[in-house]
Design a protein around this ligand. Structure first.
Ligand code: XMP
Length: 512
């Protein structure tokens, strides 16, 4: 199945390998990095332009990170925050770009300018046009910031709204509506039913970026950015809360629900996947489940109906699971084994294989090439993205350097706030930390960080001779370096005088 492979041979001897234990063998190449395509499968049904996912952690993925990474072509998985926050964040990401806005924010004509102004911050002032509707949802007009400017705070909306907005009864689609707006020289079109009830709103700038833009955005069919959210696991004790969360998220068009827990090879996770799949007749979404780290674990989640499987048990930079519990699998072996399971299942059932997301342990771009070379379709990253300006939390200065906090979701601090649900084999009182709290030095924005990750990945694919991820899957051959070779791979016998943008020697000065 994977002919390469020192990883399989080692596994047969019960030996687990990780990133530094393997190196990609260079092959005949006819590709240059600029011709390499990084498009990949995110889930059974969804593709994306970049194989990068930001981790569902409270110091990594809030709405800013999710938006930033989706704009680059990847995706962010929001951490499992309180339900209303998570719902609002999904909305923030979805409203950042639109084709048809099918649930535009409305206001009634008897509200005041003050009421109008109070609504805008709820959506982080991302937009200022609201549709004015009566009690029966019939369209009366539009309010826009530039018109509201000249009204007094207690003036009624009916006095300063635009009374005859451009309307369409027939949805002309993205291109048709774009042409129509150009002809009419109007920046908004309200879509209505025959009886003038509200059906949606089109905004010119959104349509222009779809029709004329060549951005790599990860968009849904409606032109909105894609986003995922960790919803945890449904148990008999949390059913009501679980339902409230998933219905709220799905109504806001959340694209992916992540059944995310530390030990995904478990009955509750399997039952949760099945339960969610039952909702697919009413909502359009995919289910990602994890984490697992073995053939059997992956197979169990695929058989339950997962649309992608997330793999990693203890490789993360902030993880102590393997140390505290003694359990875990070296990450390259875990990826390899899970890919085998997915491919075998696909072959036996004559289906496309379910994508594997390699989660945790990525320190350098070369680790990404290795993870994808072993057959993963994408990587999930925590620490490297925690170092981005868009991650939640403030920058602080330590010894003259700019840092942000980064902590495990199983760290003492996170457990204190959120309980041990991720580690659901423990109850709250018994839970012991399986992660640490730390800091990462701020590297720049997501675009900058991804520039280096993409660049390194493409160069690696160039060495292998792979023009796309599928070719990387097929052509990657690993060798097994010795410890001396690993030392040789890092800079040696030279004192670094200049910090490289994509390499740090990982010296641990945290307790100096
Ligand atoms: P990196 O290496 O990218 O890893 O920072 C991020 C991944 O680590 C996992 N994670 C944890 N694992 N204890 C663990 O053992 C924790 O407290 C913890 N918090 C996060 C998670 O899979 C994440 O994506």
């Amino acid at each position: 199945m994977l002919p390469k492979d020192v990883i399989g041979q080692a596994m047969e001897q019960g030996i687990g390998l990780t990133f530094d234990d393997v190196s990609l063998s260079p092959g005949m190449s006819e590709v240059v990095p600029r011709d390499i395509n990084l498009e990949t499968k995110l889930t059974r049904n969804l593709s994306m332009n970049l194989p990068f996912i930001s981790a569902d952690m409270d110091s990594v993925t809030g709405p800013k990170m999710a938006e930033a990474i989706a704009r680059q072509g990847g995706i962010g998985f929001l951490w499992k925050a309180p339900i209303d926050d998570q719902e609002k964040w999904v909305m923030n990401v979805k409203y950042a770009l639109n084709a048809l806005i099918d649930q535009p924010v409305t206001i009634s004509p008897d509200k005041t300018k003050q009421d109008y102004l109070n609504i805008l911050p709820k959506y982080d002032r991302r937009f200022s046009t609201l549709v004015v509707v009566d009690d029966n949802n019939k369209v009366l007009g539009l309010v826009k910031r530039d018109k509201a400017k000249y009204a007094k705070l207690d003036d009624l909306v009916s006095n300063f709204m635009i009374k005859n907005p451009l309307k369409l009864e027939k949805d002309l689609g993205v291109n048709g509506t774009y042409d129509f707006m150009i002809k009419q020289k109007e920046s908004k079109v309200v879509l209505v039913k025959h009886d003038n009830t509200l059906k949606g709103l089109y905004c010119f700038n959104d349509l222009q970026s779809i029709v004329e833009g060549d951005e790599p955005f990860n968009r849904d069919d409606n032109g909105q950015l894609r986003v995922g959210a960790n919803i945890g696991v449904c148990t008999k004790n949390n059913r009501e809360e679980f339902d409230e969360r998933i219905y709220k998220l799905l109504k806001k068009n959340c694209d992916i629900l992540l059944v995310g827990t530390a030990h995904g090879h478990s009955r509750n996770v399997i039952d949760t996947i099945k339960y969610l799949n039952g909702l697919k007749k009413d909502f359009e979404f995919d289910v990602v489940a994890g984490n697992v780290a073995t053939y059997d674990g992956t197979l169990a989640l695929i058989e339950a109906g997962a649309d992608a499987v997330k793999v990693g048990l203890g490789p993360g930079s902030i993880c102590t699971t393997r140390i505290i519990t003694g359990a875990g699998v070296s990450q390259m072996t875990a990826i390899y084994d899970s890919v085998l399971a997915s491919r075998k299942y696909a072959k036996e059932h004559n289906k496309l294989s379910i994508p594997i997301i390699a989660d945790g342990g990525i320190r350098y771009s070369g680790d990404v090439t290795k993870a994808l070379g072993a057959g993963a379709h994408s990587v999930m990253i925590g620490s490297l993205f925690a170092a981005a300006e868009e991650s939640p939390g403030e920058v602080f200065i330590f010894k003259g350097q700019r840092y942000k906090s980064y902590r495990g979701m199983g760290s003492e601090g996170a457990l204190r706030l959120f309980g041990g649900e991720r580690y659901q084999n423990q109850d709250r009182e018994k839970s012991v930390p399986e992660g640490i709290e730390g800091r990462v030095s701020v590297k720049g924005n997501v675009e900058y960080i991804l520039k280096h990750l993409k660049g390194g990945l493409k160069s690696g694919m160039g060495y292998v001779g792979a023009a796309n991820i599928e070719e990387l899957h097929n052509k990657a051959k690993f060798i097994r370096p010795t410890l001396a070779s690993v030392q040789e791979a890092h800079p040696h016998d030279v004192e670094m005088t200049q910090e490289a943008p994509n390499y740090s020697p990982h010296k641990d000065d945290s307790f100096e």
